[in-house]
Design a binder for this molecule. Sequence first.
Ligand code: FAD
Ligand code: NAI
Length: 327
Amino acid sequence: NSVFVAIIGTGMAGLTAARALDKAGIAVQLFDKSRGSGGRMASKRSEIGTLDMGTQYFTARDRNFRTAIREWQEQGWVAEWKPNLYQAREGVLSASPDEQERWVGIPHTSAITRGLLGDLPVTFSCRITEVFHGPTHWTLQDASGQGHGPFSHVIIATPAPQASALLAAVPVLASTATSATMDPVWSVALGFEKPLPTEVQGCFVQDGPLEWIERDRGKPGRDNRLDTWGLQASSNWTRKNLDLPKEAVIEQLYGVFAELIGCTVPAPAFALAHRWLYGRPAQPHEWGVLGNAGLGVYACGDWCLSGRVEGAWLSGSEAARRLLVQL
Ligand code: FAD
Ligand code: NAI
């Protein structure tokens, strides 16, 4: 009765579960539809260097998560980021310093998930379309029709809408996952030849199309030729502009940014837009993990908790813990 666990998704939740199982001596096999690991913590290569179009920083409140961060810090994957923070309300920018600890991956967010993946066995560019439960084992099927398995257990660590499809063998869990709706997020990077004459490094925008503005320069471990900024649209604006061409998204959000930031903003030398269809859960939940211990299937991800990196880590840890206590 050998234990062999399939893990679908190599974001923070899937990788955290994989690491915990691997540490306990359990064999795992990871799958991801993307070409690399990280999910919403992946960084994107571009002609001006690597850009964080998803998570740009994260906070930590849970004691165990803070311990994990200290380990990542020792590995050189993360560093504390102490930005000059601002907020904008009704178009008015004001300094808004606080005492919150914030962490960033160095030199990019993807350093964390790449570090966690290490040399764990993984199949990339492999979109799992079906998860079958046979009389004794689980098997997976990918989009090309190829089968994978047999596995004793399956951990589904994808955003909720993708998890509900993969949970078809366990309808109760599938319908819970279906109830966790996720909101889309447009994310734009702008690169300027000359540094913008402003002290702003991060700005919480309380109203309007943008929600968060941040400057890459000044973050630990960065080495950018251009002065690169990240803009994240609100879910409301994103929903209304879901099918806008990327050029139009860039133009509109650039306009909002230029008006808000309070200094002269030239045309960017570089711009990139990315649409996250499943950017963030519409509400937090307190599920921790969805699972059926008898069948040996678990679903985890940020949507089971707080909708943040910390929530994904906690959910992935809990999936591994629940699986291990059942062995
Ligand atoms: P994901 O990272 O989404 O990982 C799921 C993985 O599953 C992906 O790699 C995907 O390719 C894979 N997958 C999906 N379906 C399949 C399939 N059928 N077969 C195979 N693989 C599949 N959090 C913070 O804490 N602070 C922030 O400031 C912050 N900012 C954010 C900004 C943006 C623009 C976005 C989009 C997110 C932000 N978040 C932030 C949220 C944070 O990124 C997520 O909470 C966290 O990364 C989720 O991890 P996860 O493992 O649950 O899911
Ligand atoms: P946090 O504590 O830095 O921010 C949480 C929220 O508190 C902010 O959204 C902001 O509204 C407010 N806030 C915090 N500090 C502030 C300050 N100095 N001045 C004014 N307002 C301030 O980080 P936390 O709790 O870890 O949240 C992470 C961030 O990531 C949040 O902004 C959240 O909305 C965002 N997020 C974005 C996602 C996306 O897809 N765009 C997905 C998940 C999270």
